[in-house]
Design a protein around this ligand. Structure first.
Ligand SMILES: *[C@@H]1O[C@H](CO)[C@@H](O)[C@H](O)[C@H]1NC(C)=O
Ligand SMILES: *[C@@H]1O[C@H](CO)[C@@H](O)[C@H](O)[C@H]1NC(C)=O
Ligand SMILES: *[C@@H]1O[C@H](CO)[C@@H](O)[C@H](O)[C@H]1NC(C)=O
Ligand SMILES: *[C@@H]1O[C@H](CO)[C@@H](O)[C@H](O)[C@H]1NC(C)=O
Ligand SMILES: *[C@@H]1O[C@H](CO)[C@@H](O)[C@H](O)[C@H]1NC(C)=O
Length: 791
């Protein structure tokens, strides 16, 4: 049996070869492929298939192979699993069943599972490879390690490879890595330098599987082949906008422990979409196969990008994400996550060629359809008076269509009013017959369409490029760090931004539509209104801000974003009225995380807010230096005051630190604040007091156990919190209840339980201090978001 197989293979080989990948001149010989994590999901789904494809392509190349699946489990346990995975590989259509069966059998015979855990395991592997080379008198061509393991294990494995698995001289070493490559610039740099001490840059192949997509790897060749048409129009005079879009319909259930730390920007924009952006905008290299030139031109784009700030991004989160996080991370109901599952980012390249051209990068989960594309939309300078369907009146665009969506197959589309693109080589073909679909606003018949002659899986493509040593399709260290350089400041400026909550699927409607204004991007619909009776099956266009009663006071309720918007507008109205009447507006604000969204809103959107005549007071303060992040004042300053034009003598932090001590009664901080307040605020009545409610029912720093008359007529008091830091300074009920208007802001599902209790309990100040908030002559309004109200 064995002999027959062998002869047959020889016969097949003699006929088979047409010298694929012959552009590389590497010495033929024996190649050892080691997938570390060889029984994992990625290996199972793509990698073994990719290596089998490589094996088929190389059968007649003069190279021989051994394949190792490495893992942490001992061999007895993992070997059967390993072979089950291998048995699932398949051939492409052009391979006959008979030949396929033979190839598969041979592939399995060349493969084995190895435990790869300790340094000795790696040393043993190296010994076995060398022994085999000697016994069979083979020259070694190279060793390919594919690290399909979590990134934290990379450095350790790379070290083991360096110290014990380098090939014999003259042979290559290639080590393949998968994202994530860090989660910001710093961590990427640390990882890069750890890897750099074990591996040379040319030995590392960082995969971005997008670069294995046929349409993505067509971008540069397409731009080159059609240079004569594109050169005159590939610039700011002709390009209206560039869009790089990856829409997904899936949620992230099951991947949350990973996803919640990364979010859509790190998961997709920093890598896939950024790579596509550089391919579209970089200067064309004289030789597209020259990796060094391609890299340099890419780096040039990174260095010309205008910095991305908060105003260059909008973020969203699908509605059920929060509860999925609570469930998968075993968090309580009050756990809040700001991780975006949708982002739209607006980039600009500061080069004469692209000045003012908006480059949009958009991706999200739970959207209406699954599709990926990059579109270059050109300006249309033709005005059609009568026949708007005339070809000259239609959109002019080039679309690199990665797949799925209405078209279903990868393609490059050029609108017919632009030019007819060249079709070169045998790898791409023109499509002239298609079903009647429309792609980004135009019927397919309005485009010239090209598609790959044969669709290839991205991983198989990349594996063949790794084998051929084509570094173009991989992310070099410099490229990686440049990309993190682009994204890191945006990511840190978004850490406390609230994503817009979207229902998911087609119901998103126009909620996630964005508007470009100069260099800034924002959601197109400022206020999304939700009607409470529709909230179960939210249809996005009937949403509404709801007015009602809560604990017999007025209540305003809406989704978080609209609630914050409404509150900001209401606050501005009170401020303007107060200033109209007495020339000044006295505002007392709380610390904590609940008002951050409001502060952000005020800082970013309410440019007309009368800050110049506003005095900002603190409702309460923790007894820590005001320069500590824990300090309420610090947070109000960082999130609001430093962003607005407010005179510094209008800002009134609580004097918690006097004589280099914190909240010592003898230092008289309480009296000092009270004095200042009585002096500046007419009747000691603030115009507006913004309060929150703690899970235990406390408000300001008035905690359960507080007595109604505890602070007498004082306006300010030192209090004790059950949680750290224990000492606080706080306005008293007396001060709060003298105010003209008091707002209690309650947000987040975590507060639902509390809201339910509060709606039922009678006034019980000692148990629920918040029930002691009862302005004597002023008004109380509860602002409660739907998450807190409905749960
Ligand atoms: C690999 O290990 C050797 C010592 O075993 C060390 O000298 C070398 O710097 C390491 N790194 C690289 C990239 O070779
Ligand atoms: C382009 O670059 C590749 C890879 O460096 C090289 O093999 C090839 O000869 C170059 N082609 C030309 C025309 O210079
Ligand atoms: C979830 O958290 C609770 C309380 O923190 C703990 O008792 C429980 O063991 C946790 N369950 C899991 C699966 O981690
Ligand atoms: C102070 O408040 C009193 C009572 O509300 C009012 O009559 C008076 O006009 C106020 N003074 C100023 C300067 O606003
Ligand atoms: C409420 O108004 C009455 C009448 O104007 C006044 O006497 C009283 O002092 C006010 N109470 C507070 C707490 O401001």
């Amino acid at each position: 049996m064995f002999v027959t197989v062998f002869l047959l293979l020889v016969a097949l080989c003699a006929h088979g070869g047409n010298g694929e990948d012959s552009e590389e001149t590497q010495r033929p010989g024996h190649v050892s492929v080691i997938i570390v994590g060889g029984t994992g999901d990625l290996a199972k789904k793509y990698l073994w298939q990719g290596f089998f494809q490589l094996y088929i392509n190389q059968v007649s190349s003069g190279n021989t192979f051994s394949f190792y699946g490495g893992g942490l489990s001992p061999g007895e346990k993992a070997t059967p699993v390993f072979f089950e995975i291998l048995k699932a590989v398949s051939c492409t259509k052009d391979v006959s069943q008979e030949r396929c069966a033979l190839l598969k059998e041979q592939f399995l015979r060349l493969s084995q599972y190895r435990q790869l855990k300790t340094l000795e395991d790696y040393q043993d592997l190296a010994k076995d490879i060398e022994k085999q080379l000697q016994q069979e008198g083979m020259t070694e061509a190279g060793r390919l390690f594919y690290l399909s393991v979590p990134a934290f294990a990379y450095a350790d494995i790379a070290e083991k490879i360096n110290s014990s698995c380098r090939p014999t001289s003259g042979a290559w070493l290639r080590v393949v890595l998968e994202k994530p490559f860090g989660h910001d610039y710093r961590s990427a740099q640390v990882l890069a330098s750890q890897l750099g001490s074990a591996l040379k840059d040319e030995e590392m192949y960082r995969i971005d599987h997008y670069l294995g997509k046929q349409v993505v790897s067509k971008i540069l060749p397409f731009r080159t082949e059609n240079r004569k048409y594109l050169d005159p129009i590939w610039n700011r005079h002709h390009i209206e906008r560039v869009e790089i879009v990856l829409k997904e319909t899936l949620d992230v259930k099951g991947r949350i422990p990973f996803y919640d730390q990364y979010g859509v920007i790190r998961d997709v924009l920093q890598n896939h979409l950024t790579e596509v952006m550089t391919l579209l905008t970089m200067k064309l290299p004289a030789n597209v196969s020259n990796s060094e030139e391609v890299l340099q031109n890419k780096l040039q784009i990174f260095s010309s990008l205008l910095p991305l700030g908060k105003n260059q991004a909008v973020i969203g989160q699908y509605q059920t994400y929060k509860s999925e996080v609570q469930q998968e991370l075993n968090k309580t109901k009050d756990h809040v996550t700001l991780t975006p599952t949708f982002a739209a980012v607006l980039a600009h390249i500061n080069e004469a060629q692209y000045e003012g051209v908006p480059i949009l990068l958009i991706s999200g989960k739970m959207l209406d359809e699954r599709v990926g594309y990059a579109r270059i939309l050109f300006k249309n300078d033709v005005f059609c008076l009568q026949n708007h369907n005339n070809v000259h009146c239609k959109a002019k665009q080039i679309i690199f269509y990665f797949g799925h969506g209405s078209l279903q197959y990868p393609a490059v589309l050029v609108s017919k009013n632009l030019f007819k693109p060249a079709v070169t080589g045998s790898e791409w073909k023109e499509v002239t017959e298609h079903k009647d679909v429309s792609v980004l606003g135009l019927p397919i018949s309005d485009y010239y369409v090209q598609t790959p002659a044969e669709e290839k899986e991205a991983y198989s493509e990349l594996i063949s490029h790794i084998f051929a040593g084509r570094k173009n399709s991989f992310i070099s260290t410099e490229n990686l760090l440049a990309s993190w350089g682009m994204w890191t400041s945006l990511l840190s400026s978004l850490t406390s931004s609230f994503p817009r909550i979207y229902p998911g699927g087609a119901e998103n409607g126009d909620m996630l539509d964005v508007r470009l204004r100069g260099k800034d991007i924002s959601y197109n619909s400022e206020v999304v209104i939700i009607s409470p009776d529709k909230m179960g099956d939210a249809s996005a266009n009937s949403f509404k801000v709801m007015q009602g009663k809560f604990r017999s006071a007025d209540m305003v309720s809406a989704w978080t974003e609209e609630l914050v918007e409404t509150l900001a507008a209401d606050m501005q109205e009170v401020a303007e009225a107060a200033i109209h009447e007495g020339g000044v507006f006295h505002l007392a604000v709380s610390g904590g995380s609940t008002p951050l969204a409001l502060f952000h809103r005020l800082a970013v959107h309410h440019f007309t807010f009368p800050w110049r005549n506003t005095h900002v007071w603190m409702v309460d303060e923790r007894c820590v230096p005001l320069t500590e992040p824990e300090s309420n004042f610090y947070s109000v300053h960082e999130n609001l005051l430093k962003h607005v034009k407010i005179p510094y003598y209008n800002i009134h932090p609580m004097p918690v630190q006097l004589n280099q001590r914190l909240c010592v009664e003898d230092d008289g901080g309480v009296l000092l604040y009270e004095k200042e307040l009585s002096r500046l605020v007419n009747g000691s009545s603030f115009h507006f007091v913004l309060l929150g409610v703690g899970y235990d029912g406390h408000t300001a720093s008035l905690f359960p156990g507080v007595k109604a008359d505890q602070h007498g007529q004082s306006l300010v008091a030192l209090t004790e919190s059950p949680s750290k830091p224990h000492q606080r300074m706080s306005l008293t009920f007396n001060a709060i209840n003298r105010a003209h208007k008091v707002v209690l802001l309650v947000m987040g599902k975590g507060k639902h339980e509390l809201v339910t209790q509060l709606s039922r309990v009678k006034d019980a100040l000692d148990k629920y201090p918040v029930t002691g908030v009862k302005p004597a002559n002023g008004s109380l309004v509860w602002y409660i978001d739907y998450d807190a109200l409905i749960g």
